[in-house]
Design a protein around this ligand. Structure first.
Ligand code: ASP
Length: 353
C-alpha cells in the first residue's frame, strides 16, 4: 500500500528581531486555507491525454481558488466549501452533479453532505435525482430542517418546499458516463458467465482493472479553515457506476465521508464507499486527534490503513484547527489541491512514480 501524505504547518513564526522594540508583540496572524479533491482511483498518466489533464488541472484550480477567495475576504469555512464544491458539481469532468456516474438503470442518483465544525451541525442528502447542486440542498437540510439526512423523493419534496428548482435527470447524464455504464455492465456479465470480455482476451486481470477504473472516481470534496478558526467539510458524488438497489455510499454519511469539528479537523473522503462507512474514516481521523493527540497526517494515514486492511481503497483531504493539511491516498492517483494563507498551494493528480 502506498500513502502519500502532505503536511504543511501554517503557523506564522513570531519575529524576534533585535530591532523589534514594540512593547506588545504583533498578534499572530491566524492561518486559514482549504484542501479539495476531485476523487481517488486508478488515475494513471498514460490514461489521460495532456489536454484532459490540463482541463482537470484548470477546473481544480478554479474550484480551489473560488473557495480560497471566500476565506481571503473573511468569509466562513462553510461558504468556502460550498463555493469550491459547486464548481466541481457543475463540471462534467467529475463524478458529482453534472457528469455524475450512472446507476444500473442509467439514472444519476446523487449523494452529498456538509458539516459545520463550529456547531457540529450537519446536513446530507442521498439518492436525489433532480437537484442541480446537491451540496446546496445538504446545506438547506442542515440549516432549515431538524434532520441530518434526507433521501430520495422526500429530499426532493423538501427541496421544492425550500424553493429549489428541480432539473431533469438528463441534465446530469453525459455520453462518457453512459459508455462507462455499458462497459461496466459488459464486464459484470462476463464475470458472471466466467468469460473474459472481448476487450482484454489475454491480459490477466485487466478486465478487473478496467472495471475499477471506470466504476468509481471523481467524487468531489473540500475541507476548509477560515480566519475565525472555524472548520467545515463537504462532499458530493454520483457514487459508483452501475450501483444498484438504492445504494448509498459514504459521501452523505456524516463521520464516514465528511466530518468537521473545530476542536480537531475537517475531513472529506473519496474512495470505495462501503469500506469508508465500515471504517468511519472521517470521524476516526478526528477521534484519533481528540482522544490521543495524534497529529493530523498520522491520523489520516492510520484511518486509510484501516480501510486497506478491510480490502478498500481511496483517499482523504483534511485540514486541522492549526492549518496543518494532509491529502493521503492509497490508490494510484487522486485529483487534489490546496491553498493556504502561508502562500503554499498546489494542484496534483497522480501519485509518485
Ligand atoms: N466514495 C464514493 C462512493 O462510494 C465514490 C468515490 O469517492 O469515488 O459513493
Amino acid at each position: 500500500m502506498r500513502l502519500f501524505p502532505i503536511a504543511v504547518w501554517l503557523g506564522t513564526a513570531v519575529l524576534t528581531s533585535a530591532l523589534c522594540t514594540a512593547q506588545t508583540p504583533a498578534p499572530m496572524k491566524k492561518p486559514y486555507g482549504l484542501v479539495i479533491h476531485g476523487g481517488a482511483g486508478i488515475v494513471l498518466r498514460e490514461n489521460i491525454s495532456p489536454q484532459l489533464e490540463a482541463e482537470y488541472r484548470a477546473k481544480l484550480t478554479e474550484a480551489r481558488d473560488a473557495g480560497y477567495a471566500v476565506l481571503e475576504r473573511g468569509g466562513s469555512a462553510l461558504d468556502a466549501v460550498i463555493a469550491a464544491v459547486i464548481i466541481m458539481e457543475d463540471s462534467p469532468l467529475f463524478n458529482a452533479g453534472k457528469g455524475a456516474v450512472m446507476n444500473q438503470d442509467g439514472i444519476c442518483e446523487l449523494d452529498a453532505s456538509l458539516m459545520d465544525g463550529a456547531t457540529q451541525a450537519a446536513g446530507a442528502v442521498a439518492s436525489v435525482r433532480r437537484i442541480k447542486n446537491p451540496i446546496t440542498l445538504a446545506r438547506a437540510v442542515m440549516e432549515k430542517s431538524e434532520h441530518v439526512l434526507l433521501a430520495g423523493e422526500g429530499a426532493e419534496k423538501f427541496a421544492v418546499e425550500r424553493g429549489f428548482a428541480l432539473v431533469d435527470n438528463s441534465y446530469f447524464q453525459t455520453e462518457r458516463r453512459r459508455t462507462e455504464l455499458q462497459r461496466a455492465q459488459q464486464l459484470e456479465a462476463a464475470k458472471k458467465s466466467g468469460k473474459k470480455s472481448a476487450a482484454h482476451p489475454s491480459k490477466g486481470d485487466s478486465d478487473e482493472a478496467d472495471f475499477e477504473r471506470i466504476s468509481r472516481y471523481g467524487t468531489v470534496g473540500c475541507a476548509a479553515l477560515d480566519q475565525n478558526g472555524n472548520l467545515a467539510a463537504g462532499t458530493s458524488t454520483g457514487g459508483r457506476t452501475n450501483k444498484k438497489f438504492g445504494r448509498i455510499g459514504d459521501a452523505p454519511i456524516i463521520g464516514a465521508g465528511t466530518y468537521a469539528n473545530n476542536a480537531t479537523c475537517a475531513v472529506s473522503a473519496t474512495g470505495w464507499g462501503e469500506f469508508f462507512i465500515r471504517a468511519s474514516v472521517a470521524h476516526d481521523i478526528a477521534a484519533q486527534m481528540e482522544y490521543r493527540g495524534t497529529p493530523l497526517a498520522a491520523a489520516a494515514n492510520a484511518a486509510l490503513a484501516k480501510v486497506a486492511k478491510l480490502g478498500g481503497d481511496g483517499g482523504v483531504v483534511c485540514i486541522d484547527k492549526d492549518g496543518n493539511i494532509a491529502l493521503p491516498f492509497n490508490t494510484s492517483g487522486m485529483y487534489r489541491g490546496y491553498r493556504l494563507s502561508t502562500g503554499a498551494s498546489a494542484v496534483e493528480i497522480f501519485g509518485p512514480k
